[in-house]
Write a protein that binds this ligand. Structure first.
Ligand SMILES: Cc1cc2nc3c(=O)[nH]c(=O)nc-3n(C[C@H](O)[C@H](O)[C@H](O)COP(=O)(O)O)c2cc1C
Length: 328
């Protein structure tokens, strides 16, 4: 019978299913349940950079708010008091004590501010690895793509310098040159790159003429975006590239492994279908491996990875012309 063990960030995982950073991974008790349900690892809910900076400023006796926007300042202040850093450190320790699977801490970073020393506290608390959820604000029309991208790599480089545990970087899909960006993150010290985070977009309420937030839960078809880029860059990135967003069932999981991902991060499918979905996906993977004669993930991982991006460009162009060339 097939084994579905894999490795990620040098850690041995009993399953390639990592439950991603979310409300599912904010309590040691739930994390123990996810481990029992068959998860290979968890990424803890994120500490937010604002939270770290605000708490540090409060401790130093300075005002901690930074936005000059009443609602937001108030919320950050409230959030910081409610979710302290010591609580996060406690969550790492309790999760490690409660379950046998690797526990990956997470920081949601938006700048290369003075918050990085927290990485060493996270390592000291026993986290097996650290994932940076990176989003550098791209709304300033005076900042070029090069300047913005340099911030991503600066953050990774400076956290790596103080972090004794493996470091992963999770990025969104909105880059012009994704293969170059992934390689730059690897060169800056990321031991793995997660493709992709799913940003929450604002929507407009047409009666109230107000912005509101679109649903946080992904839909099943969304996995194709990550699939495309994982298969394109996994051969050239220099570090393992992990698929995330829209992976809702064993089929999408198998496709990501074929594209070269050694594991996947999932959230929405577990929120929607419950913890049992992890077992169902593990079983689907194992059955498929048995049916195809694969005894390990290594035996087929990357079989569909595009090792030559130049060839892939002509192939994708051909498919585009075939689909849309005669469509009107
Ligand atoms: C309720 C909820 C909370 C989330 N919180 C975080 C977070 O704190 N940090 C983070 O990096 N990602 C967070 N995410 C994003 C997920 O980790 C993941 O990237 C995203 O949901 C896409 O994966 P999925 O399609 O499997 O849901 C959250 C997602 C949801 C639905």
């Amino acid at each position: 019978m097939a084994t579905i063990e894999t490795t990620f960030l040098g850690l041995a995982l009993q399953s390639p299913i990592i439950v991603g950073s979310s409300s599912l991974t904010g309590q040691a008790r739930t994390i123990a349940e996810l481990a029992k349900a068959g998860a290979g690892a968890v990424v803890l809910k994120s500490l937010f950079e604002e939270q770290i900076l605000n708490e540090a400023a409060r401790e130093a006796g300075r005002g901690g708010v930074v936005y000059g926007h009443d609602d937001l300042d108030g919320f950050v202040s409230y959030y910081t008091k409610k979710h302290s850093i010591s609580e996060y450190i406690g969550l790492i320790k309790a999760s490690k004590a409660a379950s046998p699977i690797p526990v990956i801490a997470s920081i949601n970073a938006i700048s290369n501010g003075e918050w990085k020393s927290i990485a060493s506290e996270i390592a000291a608390a026993g986290a097996d690895a650290l994932q940076l959820n990176l989003f550098v604000n791209p709304f300033d029309e005076n900042r070029s793509a090069d300047q913005l991208e340099a911030l991503y790599t600066d953050i990774v480089r400076s956290v790596k310098a103080v972090c004794s545990i493996p470091l992963a970087a999770k990025i969104g899909p909105y880059f012009t040159a994704i293969p170059r960006m992934v390689r730059a993150l690897a060169q800056a010290g990321a031991d793995s790159v997660i493709l992709f985070n799913r940003y929450q977009s604002p929507d407009i309420d047409i009666d109230k003429l107000a912005f509101h937030t679109a649903p946080a839960i992904s839909s099943a078809g969304e996995y194709v975006q990550a699939l495309r880029w994982v298969s394109l860059v996994s051969g050239s990135a220099g570090v393992p590239v992990i698929g995330a967003t829209g992976i809702h069932d064993d089929q999408a999981l198998i496709k990501m492994l074929l594209a070269g991902s050694p594991a996947v991060e999932v959230v929405s499918t577990v929120l929607r279908n419950g913890h049992k979905q992890i077992g169902a996906m593990n079983k689907g993977l194992s059955d498929w491996m048995d049916a195809h004669g694969y005894t390990s993930i290594a035996a087929f991982r990357g079989a569909m990875a595009g090792k030559a991006p130049a060839d892939r460009a002509s192939l994708e162009r051909f498919q585009y012309i075939k689909t849309f060339g005669d469509a009107n």
